[in-house]
Design a protein around this ligand. Sequence first.
Ligand SMILES: Cc1ncc(COP(=O)(O)O)c(C=O)c1O
Length: 443
Amino acid sequence: MIMSDIKEMSLKYNLHSWSAQKAINPTVVTKAEGIYFWDEDGNQYYDMSSQLVNSNLGHGNKAIVEAIKDQADKIPFIGPGYALDVRSEAAKAIVEASGLEDSKVFFTNAGAESNENAIKIAKQYTDRWKIFSMYRCYHGSSAGAGMLTGEPRKFINEPGAPGFIKYDGPYAYRAPKACKFKTEEDISAFYLELLENQIQYEGPHQIAAIFIETVVGSNGILIPPKGYLEGIRALCDTYGILMVCDEVMAGWYRTGSCFAWQQFNVKPDLVTFAKGSTCGYVPLGGVIVSKKIAESFDHEKMWCGLTYSAHPIGCAAAVATLKEYKRLHIEDNVAAQGKVLGELLANLQAKHACIGESRQIGLFSAIELVKSKETKEPLVAFNYDPDGLMNKIIGMLKAEGFATYSHENMIIIAPPLIITEEELRTAMKMLDKVLDSVDNMIQ
Ligand SMILES: Cc1ncc(COP(=O)(O)O)c(C=O)c1O
């Protein structure tokens, strides 16, 4: 098939996510290897967002591909009620990686479904019906996960099911003007007090769970200030509420540790995951269910089920992926390259008038574009970019060979965790060049 046909057919037959179909011009990808992919004209791109922050091990990982092929040869599918080697191995490896002793895994197909099932598990376990989740968190776009989501992608699901309550969480750069925080602890104390008030007014005895993206991802890498997650854990303990960490994006070494919550002094009751568990080679998500909750299903039926729960090919891919994280010393590479990335971002922030703030943890980062550092006015208005300015900037980056995506006024920088220092430095020079042009735009 000739290349122009592929694009033409795609526009004729595919409906592309989150887009006005006439406004898009999808690149035809012909090859992908390591941290790179190539288009129909042979142009090479640095995959600086790991696709949708899921290609943690980059493209073309042979061990994962072989595991998928092997499983397809052996038993590509058997119903979720049967025990199977890769099914048991995948769950064991995930439980061990979590360090949540005697927890169990309920497998799903992707992130939204993981959150859907976490909602159900929390409701069933607590026999309560209200679910708290934080503004700016994204939890997926299906009916329930979409109601958890605390940003404009939730609108299409509204009014939705009752009981989904949003709380405001820490975002120091854009904290209310009256707040004069001196320390991270001050920020945490302020938002935890607001949250506790809300819990009181919503009736603690009705609240099943508090969901949080451990590190807020697509809404701009918001790292919880000191004491915040610990404070949520304490509120949950006080009121018998379950703490659910959504690690769909932040999990699997993206922030440095296997799961982001492992860098804080908390243990969640439920953890939802997807993306990096198979790095996108095939879909697989799940919920890690802590011991006390898993045990509650020893004799009581758990009301969750999916035809493709613990799909053999997904599980085989997960087993191989988790082994690859270890074999390739990914934790060490994220520590080393995360440090380099942090330094490069600090330099960019100092140099460029258009960067209001950059935020980074591990290989998970974003820069927030503003019209002025002093006023902090965002480069594009919230949920309103009629001129497609951010798309233009993403296009300029792409023309340099730096592929990523934006959200609101933020550019996400989250390369595959296998990136080398040289590759990182080269890619960040491309970003630097484009930011020079953005500086000119705002002058
Ligand atoms: C934190 C988080 N949770 C859930 C989801 C939904 O995952 P999926 O798109 O696989 O349903 C995403 C997707 O980006 C995410 O970032």
